[in-house]
Design a protein around this ligand. Structure first.
Ligand code: ADP
Ligand code: GLC
Length: 469
C-alpha cells in the first residue's frame, strides 16, 4: 500500500485510519501487506531501523537521496526518509491550508522510492495506491518501468478517498518528475490545461475503487465528479465501491482508554460520566447534562458542511441544545466556529486543533453527532458514533447514506439549512423520549462495521486482478 497517511504514524483524516487498519485485516485472508509512507518530521525514527541505504531517485539532472526505515508495527511499514522534502512542519503544507509549492516533487520522489522498496525489500503482486499522492505509481509503471522485469505482471489498484483533492500542477511539473509530455492528454493526466496526479491513478491503474458504493456512483455524475466524472465513467467497468471498515480495538467505548469511564450497550451508565466530563472539559454548564449535546469532529472545510452548521446553530440553541466542536482546517471555517462560540457562550464550545483523545471523548460524551457533509466518500466518524451510542444526524450522501438508516440515525437529503434544521428538530424530539432514545442508541451500538467484510472484498479484488494477468 502506498499512502501519504497511516495511523498511528501520520494522520489528518480517515485515510490514516483505513491504511493503518486494513493490512492487519487482510492478514486473515492470507494476504501479506506492507505500507510505504513518507517519513514526516512528526514520525520519530527512534524505534525504527534503517533497512536500505541510499535509494536514489533521478529526475533528469536532479538527484534525490532517500533512505528507507522500517517502523515498529504489526505489519511492515516502510518510511521513505528524504529530509529536504519531508522534514517540514506539516504533511501537505504549512498550517492555514497553503500547500507546499513542491508537492509534485515530494510525492513523485515518494512514488519512485515506493517502487524502490518493492524492488529491494518487499516484492508486491499488487500496488494498492491511495489518493493523488500515490497517483504517479501507476503512471511510472506504465511508462518508465513498463519493460522492467521486476514489475512484470504487477497490478495496480487506485483507491479514491476524496475526489476533491486532485494534485493539480502546471504542465511543466510532468517533465520535472521524469514523465513524458505525451501523458498530457485528456485521456491521460491532463486536466484543463494542467497536470493532474489523481488522473495518473484514474487513467493508468488496472482497477479503481472508492470507499463506499454510493460514492462510487456519485463520482460518475457531474454534481459530485469535480470535473472527473467523464474520466470515471470511461472506467466504470473497473470501478468498485468498498465501504471502509472500523478498527473496534481503537474505537469502542468498552475498551477506549481515552475515556473517563467505559460503557457498553448492556450498561450505558458510563456514557453519562463521559458526558459530564466532556461538558466540564469544554467549560459548558453542569445543568446541560439533561439536554441534547451535539458533537462535531471534523476537518474544517467546505466538504463537511460548515455552511449548514451556520444555518442550523440558531435552531440547536433554540431547542435548548448544546454543541461541542473539534476541528482544524481552512481559516475561513476556523473563524466561523470561533464566531459561533462567541455568539453563543455557554452553549457552543469549540476547540481548534487536532486532538485524538478529545475526538474519542466527543464520540463518547455527546448525545448526537453532526455530519451535514456536502459530499462524503465514506466518513468514519458517523460509524464510530454508532458504536458509542451517539446518534448521527447526517446528510444522505456517499458513505453517510450507506451506513446510517432510519432507526439508527437521522438523515436528510437536500443540501439546505431547512432540511438540516428539520432533521435536528426530529432528533431533539426523539431525544426527549428516553426509552425510544435508548433503543435507538442500542440499535446503533449493535451494528457491525468491522473490517472483516471490507477486507474480504479487497482481498477478492486483488485476487481477481492477479489472476487476470
Ligand atoms: P475525513 O477523512 O474526510 O476527514 P473521516 O470521517 O473519514 O473524514 O475521518 C476523520 C478521522 O479524522 C476520524 O478518525 C476523526 O476522528 C479524525 N479527526 C478529524 N479531525 C480531527 C481533529 N481535529 N482532531 C482529532 N481527530 C480528528
Ligand atoms: C476521505 C473522505 C472520508 C473517508 C476517508 C477514508 O478523507 O473524506 O469520507 O472516510 O477518506 O476513506
Amino acid at each position: 500500500m502506498i499512502s501519504s497517511e497511516a495511523a498511528p504514524f501520520a494522520k489528518t483524516g480517515g485515510l490514516a485510519d483505513v491504511v493503518g487498519a486494513l493490512p492487519s485485516a487482510l492478514a486473515d485472508f492470507g494476504d501479506e501487506a506492507a505500507v510505504v509512507l513518507p517519513r514526516y518530521r512528526s514520525i520519530d525514527l527512534k524505534s525504527a531501523r534503517r533497512v536500505w541505504d541510499k535509494l536514489y531517485v533521478h529526475f533528469g539532472p536532479r538527484i534525490f537521496e532517500t533512505n528507507i526505515y522500517q517502523a515498529a508495527a504489526p505489519f511492515p511499514v516502510y518510511l521513505v526518509d528524504c529530509p529536504p522534502l519531508f522534514d517540514r512542519p506539516g504533511l501537505y503544507g504549512e498550517s492555514g491550508g497553503m500547500d507546499f509549492p513542491d508537492n509534485h516533487l515530494r510525492f513523485a520522489v515518494f512514488a519512485r522510492a515506493a517502487l524502490g522498496v518493492a524492488r529491494h525489500l518487499f516484492r508486491a503482486d499488487v500496488f494498492h495506491c491511495h489518493d493523488w499522492q500515490a497517483g504517479l505509481v501507476p503512471a511510472y509503471l506504465r511508462t518508465t518501468f513498463s519493460t522492467d522485469p521486476t514489475f512484470l505482471g504487477c497490478r495496480t489498484l487506485f483507491t479514491i478517498h476524496n475526489l476533491g483533492y486532485q494534485g493539480l500542477f502546471p504542465k511543466s511539473a510532468l517533465a520535472e518528475v521524469g514523465l513524458d509530455a505525451g501523458l498530457i492528454r485528456p485521456d491521460g493526466m491532463e486536466f484543463y490545461g494542467r497536470v493532474s496526479f489523481i488522473k495518473g491513478g484514474i487513467a493508468y491503474a488496472d482497477a479503481l475503487s472508492t470507499v463506499s458504493p454510493t460514492y462510487a456512483r456519485e463520482i460518475q455524475t457531474p454534481e459530485y465528479g469535480f470535473g472527473l466524472d467523464g474520466s470515471l465513467r470511461a472506467r466504470s467497468a473497473d470501478l468498485s465501491g468498498i465501504l471502509n471498515g472500523v478498527d473496534y480495538r481503537e474505537w469502542s467505548p468498552e475498551v477506549d482508554a481515552h475515556l473517563p469511564a467505559r460503557y457498553s450497550a448492556a450498561d450505558l451508565s458510563g456514557k453519562a460520566v463521559c458526558k459530564r466530563q466532556l461538558l466540564a472539559e469544554f467549560g459548558l454548564p453542569e445543568n446541560a447534562i439533561g439536554r441534547p449535546l451535539f458533537g462535531i469532529v471534523s476537518r474544517f472545510t467546505r466538504q463537511k458542511g460548515a455552511d449548514l452548521i451556520a444555518e442550523a446553530i440558531g435552531e440547536i440553541v433554540a431547542l435548548d441544545g448544546y454543541l461541542v466542536a473539534l476541528g482544524t482546517g481552512e481559516p475561513e471555517y476556523e473563524d466561523f466556529f470561533r464566531r459561533i462560540q462567541g455568539e453563543f457562550p455557554g452553549r457552543v464550545a469549540v476547540r481548534i486543533g487536532f486532538d485524538n483523545g478529545l475526538a474519542h471523548r466527543i464520540e463518547a460524551g455527546a448525545d448526537l453527532f453532526l455530519m451535514p457533509s456536502a459530499y462524503e466518500p465514506c466518513g468514519l466518524n458517523q460509524i464510530y458514533s454508532l458504536r458509542y451510542g451517539t446518534v448521527p444526524v447526517v446528510r444522505a450522501t456517499g458513505g453517510l447514506d450507506d451506513t446510517i438508516e432510519e432507526g439508527t440515525g437521522f438523515k436528510f437529503a437536500a443540501y439546505s439549512g431547512e432540511a438540516f434544521r428539520d432533521a435536528i428538530r426530529a432528533a431533539a424530539a426523539a431525544y426527549a423520549d428516553r426509552t425510544g432514545w435508548e433503543a435507538m442508541m442500542r440499535r446503533g451500538m449493535d451494528k457491525d462495521f468491522s473490517w472483516k467484510a471490507s477486507a474480504a472484498a479487497y482481498s477478492a479484488l486483488y485476487r481477481r486482478m492477479v489472476s487476470a494477468r
